[in-house]
Design a protein around this ligand. Structure first.
Ligand code: 3NM
Length: 342
């Protein structure tokens, strides 16, 4: 009976798909709970139905599907996100084939077991997508000691935390690696205590050394796939300046993108020409991962950015360069809240 052959092939297919997801969860995202759950599902998949007929009807060499699959270009996996997506689909479709075939053979109870595995896989797929992207925030603050009116980065960060800022990026272009490492180590201790997401600009090695929550890279830096290999489940943010770069960053597996420069800025040297409000509007309508507007944003123009689709706003000079940081943030937030209501 060929239904046995379908079941046999799909138990293998589902187990292999789960194994790929399990290894991504284990070695890339280092997520114990999801890895354990996947392992459990793989075992149930293998053990719940065993019948000698499956081996009897197995015929991998005579499988007419092998040639079709070998010539298909659909096997191309562009990023880790594609790989996850493709393997969940493979697992779910395979489970459905097992369920239906078991019913043909009259194994209704066992068919239910595979149906349950399928439902668990939908849940896990959602968990996979949730990855630690603690980036949804209103004001995303970035350090810059030279604009900080003589204050050092550490004391600015303390003031930001006191003002209830939830995401801070360390960006310092004029310091040595060892100075940056020392500063980031100190900052990490206080951001950890405060439950604040701490992202490092450019230096993947520092991010790894201090176990930062994330890394932010620019267009000229290492490819996202390489950075992902190094940082695993940590957040990866990528600066983008036009729609092509935004779409590529999403395809390559960025967790969020920077969108700018919205306005002219003097803070970044060699900065690209202003991308304008059209670009942030385009992103708000076309990009599904979190995005952060950046470049020349200040208390005066932030509502314009909000009206053009901005939800999260990265700022350097207007915040670190203000005398009273706490007051500044309070007053920006008041504007954003009123803007949202009107
Ligand atoms: N990145 P300010 S603009 C660091 O467009 C940075 O990717 C940009 O500083 C980008 O808020 C920028 O002082 C500078 O203008 C932002």
């Amino acid at each position: 009976m060929n239904a046995y052959r379908i079941i046999d092939a799909n138990i293998n297919r589902v187990s292999e798909g789960i194994r790929v997801l399990e290894d991504i969860s284990r070695f890339i995202f280092e997520n114990k709970a999801i890895t354990k759950e996947l392992r459990n599902l793989r075992h149930i998949t293998r053990k719940s139905f065993k019948d000698d007929n499956m081996i009897k009807f197995r015929d991998s060499i005579g499988d007419i599907g092998f040639e079709i699959s070998a010539n298909s270009s659909l096997d191309k996996k562009e990023s880790i996100e594609n790989l996850i997506d493709a393997n969940f689909k493979r697992v779910q479709e395979g489970l459905r084939c097992i369920e239906e075939s078991l019913k043909i053979l009259g194994y209704y109870e066992i068919s239910k077991v595979y149906e349950n595995i399928r439902y668990s896989s939908y849940n896990l797929e959602k968990e996979f997508q949730k990855r630690d992207v603690a980036i949804d925030t209103d004001i995303y603050c970035i350090t810059g000691e030279e604009f900080s009116l003589g204050r050092d980065n550490l004391s600015v960060v303390k003031e930001l935390i006191d003002a209830d800022i939830k995401v801070i990026q360390y960006r310092e272009k004029n310091k040595s690696k060892s100075e940056k490492l020392k500063e980031c180590t100190e900052i990490k201790q206080i951001t950890d205590k405060a439950g604040v997401t701490f992202i490092i600009n450019d230096d993947v090695d520092i991010a790894m050394a201090i176990k930062a929550d994330g890394i932010h890279i620019g267009q000229g830096d290492m490819p996202i796939s390489e950075v992902r290999r190094l940082v695993g489940k940590r957040i990866i943010g990528v600066s983008t300046h036009n729609p092509d770069q935004a779409m590529k960053a999403v395809r390559d597996g960025a967790d969020y993108i920077g969108v700018g420069p919205v306005f002219e800025t003097k803070t970044k040297s060699n900065v690209e020409a202003s991308a304008g409000l059209d670009y942030i509007k385009w992103v708000s309508e076309n990009i599904t991962i979190p995005y952060v507007a950046i470049g020349g944003i200040n208390e005066e123009n932030i509502l314009l950015v909000q009206r053009n689709g901005g939800k999260s706003f990265a700022m350097i000079s207007d915040i670190v360069g203000s005398k009273d940081i706490k007051h500044k943030i309070k007053s920006i937030r008041a504007k954003l809240n009123i803007g949202e209501m009107s």
